[in-house]
Design a binder for this molecule. Structure first.
Ligand code: AMP
Length: 282
């Protein structure tokens, strides 16, 4: 038996739904939920226990989309999302519209995500992390969570959110959860529905190449050669590569050799019109 979660559409409904709760475990999402999101919900429950409350938000945040990105066509599957939340014992789902989140229009004051947001995804998507951190900070303010759970799928996002919580003393734990994948290795993503059948068949190469790169690094091959070869292999498979980089797993700074690790391999590449990202530890 699964109890239906309380659905809060407004700030007032959210406050009411959260009154006299125990610890709050929060999972922010943009909806179109899949098993990756579900694993975050499960982790949030295990963090707060049965006496706590698991809260998911579903909000496609315009502030984190650039001009020409997929804001208007981002998949919206609210009924199915609510079923997944119910199946995972979520207590409250916050589903605000833009006017609830930004009642005065675009905020005058936003979060500066710092130097980690200038590189990789930040370089490819200017303003993206400022938009992410601003909405995440607002949601933290509205909910007052004790724990917030994010996916390693968006590894750089996990690192900038963690850093924001530390640098701004937000008094909550930010927890990262490993990426959930399809059996063929493709990371689950709400954007995978954009792929044609033919692109979907090629897409697992992204993870396969990351694993091959990791294996070569472990064998002692130079990082620069490994990432250059990996990007070339992806291009042969039909991807247009934005970046394939070996970075320090915590700082995301470039590193020259495996001895300077721990290493995280991060990739962003386009298949047709669809931009996919992935990453693995070495
Ligand atoms: P999104 O709805 O895509 O903004 O993602 C909401 C949260 O789910 C983020 O913390 C993502 O990192 C996480 N997430 C998305 N896909 C996956 C996945 N395949 N495995 C684990 N977490 C994921």
């Amino acid at each position: 038996m699964t109890a239906r979660p309380i659905i809060a559409n407004t700030r007032e409904e959210l406050s009411e739904a959260l009154a006299s709760r125990g610890e709050i475990g929060f999972v922010p999402t943009m909806g179109a939920l899949h098993d990756g999101h579900a694993s975050l919900l499960t982790r949030a429950r295990s963090e707060v226990g049965e006496s706590g409350a698991v809260v998911a938000s579903i909000f496609v945040n315009p502030l984190q989309f650039g001009v020409g990105e997929d804001l208007d066509r981002y998949p919206r599957t609210l009924e199915a999302d609510l079923m997944i939340c119910a199946d995972h014992g979520v207590d409250v789902v916050f589903v605000p519209d833009v006017t609830q989140v930004y009642p005065d229009g675009d905020p005058e004051v936003t979060i500066n995500p710092g130097p980690k947001a200038e590189i990789l995804e930040g370089a490819a998507r200017p303003g993206h992390f400022a938009g992410v951190l601003t909405v995440v900070a607002k949601l933290f303010g509205l909910l007052g969570p004790d724990v917030a759970v994010f996916g390693e799928k968006d590894y750089q996002q996990l690192k900038v959110v963690t850093r924001m919580a530390a640098d701004l003393d937000l008094r909550l734990d930010v927890i990262g959860v490993p990426t959930v994948r399809e059996p063929d290795g493709l990371a689950l993503s709400s954007r995978n529905v954009y792929l044609s059948a033919e692109e979907r068949a090629r897409a697992p190469a992204l993870h396969r190449v990351l694993r091959e790169c990791a294996a070569r690094i472990v064998e002692g091959k130079p990082l620069a050669a490994v990432t250059t070869d990996g990007a070339a292999e992806l291009e042969r498979t039909g991807f247009v590569v934005d970046y394939l980089a070996a970075r320090h797993a915590e700082t995301l700074a470039p590193i020259d050799s495996a001895a300077d690790g721990p290493i995280r391999l991060l990739v962003a590449a386009r298949l047709g019109k669809t931009r996919l990202i992935d990453n693995i530890g070495v």
